[in-house]
Design a protein around this ligand. Structure first.
Ligand code: SF4
Ligand code: SF4
Length: 118
């Protein structure tokens, strides 16, 4: 999904005008994309004069770090609320399983999408 680098957005509003599903608004002179309605057409990427609209791939390191921080917080909470230090590892195992499931969903989805490629 596209996202806006606020430092680069000059508030010109071109992306707001060109988005075919009107899912970009201006907030304090900075473009803001409502992701739920985005159809991934790519127009905003192409017309932005300052290259402020970025691809989600650039957020991968940030999202990985957020997942690790969240997992550490969950481990801490499991130990605290269940009153047993061994719950930390159990929580970690469950979280690893969660991400393995996500990986399986992504791999199977990619395999299905490959079939749509002409
Ligand atoms: S086109 Fe680019 S610079 Fe202009 S408002 Fe949109 S994101 Fe900001
Ligand atoms: S990718 Fe297309 S639909 Fe999504 S925000 Fe940009 S212009 Fe709008």
């Amino acid at each position: 999904m596209p996202w806006v680098d606020e430092e680069l957005c000059n508030g010109c509003g071109l992306c707001v005008e060109e988005c075919p599903v009107d899912t970009i608004v201006m907030n304090d002179d900075v473009a803001d994309i409502e992701m739920a309605d985005c159809i991934r057409c790519g127009i905003c990427h192409d017309i932005c004069p300052t290259e402020a609209i970025k691809h989600d791939r650039l957020k991968v390191p940030e999202e990985v770090r957020a997942n690790v921080v969240k997992t550490e917080a969950l481990m801490e909470a499991c130990e605290e609320y269940l009153g047993d230090p061994r719950e930390r590892q159990k929580c970690l195992v469950r979280t690893v399983r969660h991400f393995e499931n996500m990986k399986m969903i992504a791999e199977k989805t990619l395999a299905e999408l490959e079939k749509l490629m002409k």
